[in-house]
Design a protein around this ligand. Structure first.
Ligand SMILES: Cc1ncc(COP(=O)(O)O)c(C=O)c1O
Length: 471
């Protein structure tokens, strides 16, 4: 390649100029979304939308940087789910803090591989700092763990460690000898069963414990399930409790479950992917009473910590357990062969080899806003969810599944099928929301992630659904 082409590929000046223009595009997009301009989603059926993306592989350059920006604005941002729009009430994905998004750009350009300390010194230390802070909020000191790409991988990592520690042998080295079980609530996220499948336990190894009417793991049912396993001489090694379960946002009774696990030498894993952020608020923290009894906790940054996806933390109460999930030798990476050096090498703790610098955005948010402002965001959306629930409960045409414990509200109109309502709302671009099937019934499910979602949006939702009722 000739030098001038090379220089144009890596040009700092082009980066600066296009970067400034890109930030202008994104800032305008953000401003428009926050004030609810336009539709939440410009819905097009995927088969139709896909036509735009079936072009020939370019052999020559096709776009100048300004055309790239135009495409980003028109075709990428235009056809995105507008996550900062106040009427986006769908999934548990955060409208990210813009400053955290900027930090992700630093991660992208610097590409710290992070497998071992020397491939990302600052990234490694930032990550360890953030893990200690999150552990402190759980109620632990000097916590160790790892940041992963998402809660699903985080749950797998925690359960691998649980099995290795509780097996009494070396499952990592010798493989799975006999089926061992995990007790989890019927509402546990599917990634737990998936982890059991990946671990060679089989998804049937996850014994589903019934939930009570408030969507929480029923403690008596947990005890009965454990007794049943004991009678079959097939001991569970772990209990998975959820802080903020996916369908309803309910919080399992962590203290009772934790004490039970201690008494029976079971590993307690708390999947706090959604709800652990309540720990940021003095008012909400009591909902997670007992979380410190856990052996491992998962906490998603891209949910109620308002981070860009993805960043999830796996935290271990006993720092040594942070090495239990993966215990592999690879001499081209790990050369220290002694603990005081290897603690700095992230690869020992994670499935990923090359791993994105995920700690910076969290570190920056804690420094820029403190736990006070981050906690206030969580309090704000939890309070919004309560107001939506109160409004729905006051309208005779609607049925509320249960008062929300967090920021997820499930309800349905009495006269129309929720599945049809959802499809119409999403395809019209008026609102984005999800649906859930619980005990043979369909429900509309809203997650209030956006602090800009206001009462007028809730009122409009009720009016719009009611209008779908009319012939
Ligand atoms: C309770 C819970 N655990 C785990 C996950 C998986 O997290 P991720 O989507 O970050 O992989 C989710 C996702 O919604 C969740 O709600």
């Amino acid at each position: 390649m000739d030098k001038s082409t090379l220089d144009s590929l890596f040009s700092p000046e082009n980066f600066r100029a296009t970067g400034h223009a890109l930030i202008d595009v994104l800032a305008e997009y953000l401003a428009n979304n926050l004030c609810g301009q336009g539709a939440v989603l410009d819905w097009k059926a995927p088969a139709e939308a896909a036509q735009r993306w079936r072009r020939a592989l370019p052999k020559q350059a096709q776009l100048a940087p300004d055309q790239l920006l135009h495409t980003i604005r028109q075709d990428i941002l235009g056809a995105s789910l507008h996550i900062h729009h106040p009427r986006n009430l769908g999934h548990q994905v955060a409208p990210p803090l813009p400053m955290a998004a900027l930090c992700d750009l630093v991660a992208a350009l610097t590409n710290q591989a992070m497998a071992v300390y020397e491939t990302g010194p600052s990234a490694t230390l930032l990550e360890q700092q953030v893990i200690r802070w999150l552990g402190e909020l759980v109620g632990w000191q000097n916590t160790e763990g790892v940041l992963t790409s998402g809660g699903a991988q985080a749950n797998l990592t925690a359960l691998l460690a649980a099995r290795q520690v509780k097996s009494g042998g070396n499952v990592w080295r010798h493989g799975v000898r006999e089926g061992s079980r995990i007790l989890a609530c019927e509402h546990t996220h599917y990634s737990v069963s998936r982890a059991a499948g990946i671990m060679g336990l089989g998804t049937d190894a996850v014994i589903k414990v019934a939930a009570d009417d408030a969507g929480r793991m029923d403690f008596d049912a947990l005890r009965a399930a454990w007794t049943c396993c004991e009678q079959e001489d097939n001991r569970p090694f772990a209990v998975v409790a959820t802080a903020g379960c996916t369908p309803t946002g309910s919080m399992d009774p962590l203290r009772k479950i934790g004490e039970f696990c201690r008494a029976h030498e079971l590993w307690l894993h708390v999947d706090g992917a959604h709800g652990a952020s309540a720990l940021l608020s003095d008012t909400l923290r009591p909902q997670l009473d007992g979380i410190a009894l856990a052996d491992s906790v998962v906490w998603d940054g891209h949910k109620l910590l308002y981070m860009p996806a993805t960043v999830s933390a796996v935290l271990f109460r006993d720092p040594r357990h942070s090495y239990a999930a993966f215990a592999q030798e690879a001499s081209y990476l790990f050369q220290g062969n002694n603990d005081s050096e290897e603690v700095w090498n992230t690869s020992y703790r994670t499935l990923e080899c090359t791993k994105r610098m995920m700690g910076l955005k969290l570190w920056a948010a804690f420094n820029l806003y403190g736990t006070r402002q981050l906690g206030a965001l969580v309090e704000h959306v939890f309070a919004s969810a309560k107001r939506l629930a109160d409004k729905l409960a006051a309208v005779p045409d609607f049925e509320l599944l249960m008062p929300p414990q967090t920021n997820i509200v499930c309800f349905r109109p009495r006269a129309v099928d929720p599945v049809i309502v959802r499809r119409k709302l999403v395809e019209s671009g008026a609102f984005h929301l999800t649906q859930v099937r619980l005990r043979e019934q369909n429900w509309l499910r809203t997650t209030i992630m956006n602090p800009y979602t206001a009462d007028k949006d809730f009122d409009a939702l009720i009016v719009t659904i009611n209008s779908l009722n009319k012939p």
